[in-house]
Design a protein around this ligand. Structure first.
Ligand code: IMP
Ligand code: MG
Length: 201
């Protein structure tokens, strides 16, 4: 396998294999399609992490949907705790009187999603719900829960299926933890974000 995909050699542990992700994403899509049948739904993906999940999920939505994207970035360490984020790319169209489903790769502290959900709610949609592939409930700083979630995972920094480390590994078909030397090789710039140690002190 490593000959086929050299990225696999960088992985310490695969938490979610391609097949189980596929199965769960199909279930989520069918549930969402069922819940929104007869309603006008705008599916809002958060770039770039939600890209892979979003692409797979919408193909299981057997209802008409409008697809839109936002790109956001946090203001940096000082404002990270406030959850203030900068919208780098806003929605293409208004969402007033529409049902909105935000699709995100992972809910960690919850700051990003709570800010975005508030921001979108101010635009007077009929509803705003959240669908995440992964949930790390141990790391939550704000009491926010996804309405739809693929998997709960432990408090570890993960990559793959859209999630990155230093913009890499998004194209892995599984969700995995990287070998510690990958971070160490990158020095200070490459250390793990937000106090993760992944159990490797
Ligand atoms: P939150 O505001 O702390 O919930 O942050 C969510 C964002 O942090 C996600 O959209 C990801 O971009 C990033 N993130 C959180 N945990 C991980 C992880 O384990 N791997 C990669 N990115 C992560
Ligand atoms: Mg993200």
């Amino acid at each position: 396998m490593e000959e086929l995909n050299p990225l696999l050699g960088d992985l310490e542990e695969v938490l979610l294999h391609e097949d189980e992700i596929k199965k769960r994403v199909k279930e989520l899509g069918e549930q969402i399609a069922c819940d929104y049948r007869g309603k006008e739904l705008v599916v809002v993906g958060i770039l770039k992490g939600a890209l892979v999940f979003m692409a797979d999920l919408v193909r299981h939505l057997s209802i008409p949907v409008i697809i839109d994207f936002v790109a956001i970035s946090s203001y940096g360490a000082a404002t990270k705790s406030s959850g203030a984020v900068r919208i780098l790319k806003d929605l293409d169209a208004p969402i007033e009187n529409k049902h909105v489903l935000i699709v995100e790769d992972i809910i960690d502290t919850g700051l990003t999603l709570s800010y975005l959900a508030e921001n979108l709610r101010a635009r007077k949609p009929l509803s705003v719900k959240i669908c995440t592939l992964l949930d790390k409930p141990d790391r939550r700083k704000i009491d926010i829960r996804p309405d739809y979630n693929g998997f709960q995972i432990p408090d570890k920094f993960v990559v793959g299926y859209g999630l990155d480390y230093s913009e890499k590994y998004r194209n892995l078909p599984c969700v995995a933890v990287l070998k510690p030397h990958i971070y160490q090789n990158q020095g200070r710039k490459g250390s793990l974000p937000n106090g993760y140690d992944n159990g490797n002190k």
